[in-house]
Design a protein around this ligand. Structure first.
Ligand code: GDP
Length: 415
């Protein structure tokens, strides 16, 4: 709620010991091993009127007391006039996998007499995180990008059983193009199973009616049947009916479970028959964390970026718009880059060809040399053969001496 000022520790990193299995040890299976060394980083935002159980849910989600015990301040007449943005970061570790988790709370949302602009500071916050990322991307040295963008926004709907409130619709309409919206029904233990079911349908109808885009897990052709079924099962539970509790209660048989105790029994947080908490956690941490991050980067952020770039072009003098049109500029840069590339390619081709020619010439030369040697040897052999042939003939005709010798002798005599 509004009184959680003590919980704000914007840059303080709290090291927490986990009290139970959370599921992010499965992260290496979601992405490449390389990321394991670096550790994982995930930022989620919780939005909803105070008292809906946001901080309780976050603590339940990560099996850790992420929120320090709340200090409930004396009721004051000076009610804050704006929505506050607070963020808490914790490094948690499970089976040697590190996860840096940041939870951004938005106390004050919907708590005012006039909540018309409650969404504004939240949108501003999300966009300023995009800006910070964009600024890093534009730097020369872009090796170490810090990603503080919001990867998911859990939106708490009050368990009224009626329909979405105008405030809910307004918030989601304003934010759905900027963040992955995950609507949840808060404190669903205050409703019966039938009520929850009907309420879910009503909420989805409203969401469709207002063309609100909530997070949808993509289906991949290469997914195996089991994964597809699992995804479908998770998606079918949206909006998740949530029960949060960071306390353990005793159930029949003396076992201790996380839950809420009522005169008629216990609602168990981790029991899928009792609520959708397990499904929400599974989606956020075990199966869709990378998907949420990817969609944020490839779609939400990318859209924001191009909108921002074209807006920058328009904001300048409209008469020179053409010249500074960022899309055109990018196209020109791309062309220049391509020209440069093809020039380099041509140069490389030339060098390559020259090398090939050189080598070919060398080969040809040695081939010629070989051929000449071959010819020489062949001729020598031919000469030998002829000599032998003649010797043979002479021997056969019975001439005693080699005519050459006597000739030579005679010749020398004659001389
Ligand atoms: P926040 O202001 O949205 O952060 O709400 P809190 O987490 O502080 O919760 C407000 C009150 O609601 C506390 O008394 C919680 O114990 C209670 N609460 C939290 N989650 C649930 C829930 O799922 N069901 C019920 N019945 N009460 C809850």
């Amino acid at each position: 709620g509004v009184n959680t000022a003590s919980a704000s520790a914007a840059s303080n990193v709290i090291r927490k010991k986990l009290q139970g299995y959370v599921g992010f040890a499965n992260l290496p299976n979601q992405v490449h091993r390389k990321s394991v060394k670096k550790g994982f980083q995930f930022t989620t935002m919780v939005v909803g009127e105070s008292g809906l159980g946001k901080s309780t849910l976050v603590n339940t989600l990560f099996s850790t007391q992420l929120y320090p015990n709340k200090v409930v301040a004396e009721p004051s007449h000076e009610t804050p006039k704006t929505v506050d943005i607070q963020s808490i970061t914790a490094d948690i570790e499970e089976n040697g996998v590190r996860l840096r988790l940041t939870v951004v709370d938005t106390p004050g949302f919907g708590d005012f007499v006039n909540n018309e602009e409650s969404w504004k500071p939240i949108l501003d916050n999300i966009e300023s995180r995009f800006d910070a990322y964009l600024e890093q991307e534009n730097r020369v040295n872009r090796t170490k990008l810090v990603d503080n963008r919001i990867h998911a926004c859990i939106y708490f709907i009050a368990p009224t059983g009626h329909a979405l409130k105008p405030l809910d619709v307004e918030f989601m309409r304003r934010l759905h193009t900027r963040v992955n919206l995950i609507p949840v029904i808060a404190k669903s233990d205050t409703m019966t199973e039938e009520e929850v079911h009907a309420f879910k349908e009503r909420i989805l109808d409203d969401i469709n009616f207002h063309n609100i885009q909530i997070f949808q897990a993509p289906q991949y052709e290469y997914d195996d049947a089991e994964t597809i079924a699992e995804n479908r099962e998770i998606m079918s539970k949206i909006p998740f009916a949530i029960v949060g509790s960071d306390k353990e209660v005793e159930i029949e048989g003396g076992r201790m479970v996380r839950g809420r105790k009522y005169p008629w029994g216990v609602i168990e947080v981790d029991n899928e028959d009792h609520c959708d908490f397990v499904k929400l956690r599974q989606m956020l941490i075990r199966t869709h964390m990378e998907e949420l991050k990817e969609y944020t980067n490839n779609f939400l952020y990318e859209n924001y970026r191009s909108e921002k770039l074209s807006a920058m072009g328009i904001q300048q003098d409209p008469t020179v718009f053409k010249e500074v049109n960022p899309v055109q500029k990018m196209e020109e840069e791309r062309l220049a880059h391509e020209t440069k590339l093809s020039k380099m390619e041509a140069e490389m081709k030339m060098v390559f060809q020259a090398k090939v020619q050189e080598k070919e010439a060398k080969l040809k030369q040695s081939e010629e040399e070989l051929y000449a040697r071959h010819k020489e040897m062949k001729e020598a052999l031919e000469r030998q053969r002829q000599e032998l042939e003649e010797k043979k003939k002479r021997l056969e005709s019975g001439r005693p001496l080699t005519p050459e010798k006597s000739k030579k002798k005679g010749f020398s005599f004659n001389k």
